[in-house]
Design a protein around this ligand. Sequence first.
Ligand SMILES: Cc1ncc(COP(=O)(O)O)c(C=O)c1O
Length: 395
Amino acid sequence: MNNQDYIQKGQEVILNTYARFPIAPVKGKGTHLWDADGKEYLDFLSGIAVCSLGHAPDALIPVLKEQAETLWHASNLYWLPKQVELAEKLVRLSGLSKAFFCNSGAEANEGAMKLARKYFYRKGEPERYEIIVFNHSFHGRTLGALAATMQPKYQTGYGPLPEGWLAADYNDLDSVRRLISSHTAAIMLEPIQGEGGIYPGTPEFMAGIQKLCDDNGLLLILDEVQCGMGRSGKFFAFKNYDLKPDIVTMAKALAGGMPIGAMVVSERAAAGFQPGDHASTFGGNPLVTAVACKNVEIISDETFLAQVNDRSAQLMAGLRALNDPRLTEVRGMGLMIGAAFTEEVRPLVQLCMENGLLVGSAGGNVLRLVPPLNITAEEADAALDIIKTALAAWK
Ligand SMILES: Cc1ncc(COP(=O)(O)O)c(C=O)c1O
């Protein structure tokens, strides 16, 4: 079967929820991906910030194979050794206290928001259930996560959404201050807004958020589903700031391409959940946590993270040097890079693809580069060359 065969069959049998590009990937290795027609791509989207060691990484294959022959699933009615090991790693890297595992980013955020409410309920303050979130945020597609996702294009048509989410403006502390009341439980934000257009929080804003949480006894929830796990140049993005979060959510790259979600929480927030309060059948199963343990070990290494920052500097400088009059700003952190243009970038994404480079978009007019974290300097230069060619063809 070739690309066209898969597209035709897919259109017949798959629910029409994605505006898919017309290729059918069948094989990947490292930064390279091949479609069903045999065309090769340099993959600088890595499954939307998931395959951080590239496709089918040699370092993870033996771990996956060994676990596949040992134990796949047993349930959270029991203590699962690889889940315990992964929790230990995440607790140590975050400086927080306890971990919970699930299967996706939306599910991790649902858990975080449920925990915030239950925490205040157990403290005898059930009236504190509101969560302050931000315009242009993205927290996922389930109903609770959608209520926190302040973008009309995602929320329209799904009302009434659950009640209790208020929207402030990102990087605008006064807009947050105005929303705090005796009903506020938590402030929830992405340290780098991803889907909204790759906007890092400013150091002043983040420090102000921490102070507002401290002064008002609020829980600080950080969504690191996209910007965490080494993508920002540190294992946790919040370590680029002086922050003491109560809940940090993760997913995407945590197991290098196996489905997983997680949250790590502070000692005080952990007291919010008791047995029976929250659960997930597959959450943190042996197969996915075995792979995640090895993946986290590799990505959290300081030498590994140093080269993430080297490639970041190379790509950002290279994008700015393209000097395209439509390019207004290059921003981001680590290998989460946005190039903002004066117009919608979907045609540019298509042109890059035709020239052998997979990239994404964010917020409509931002070209999003979230390559594997272990790309080489040569691969970064090759991607920049293709973007240059695509820009020349973009009328
Ligand atoms: C910051 C952030 N939070 C949550 C999600 C939702 O994750 P998932 O698609 O795994 O539910 C995403 C997905 O893009 C995200 O970028």
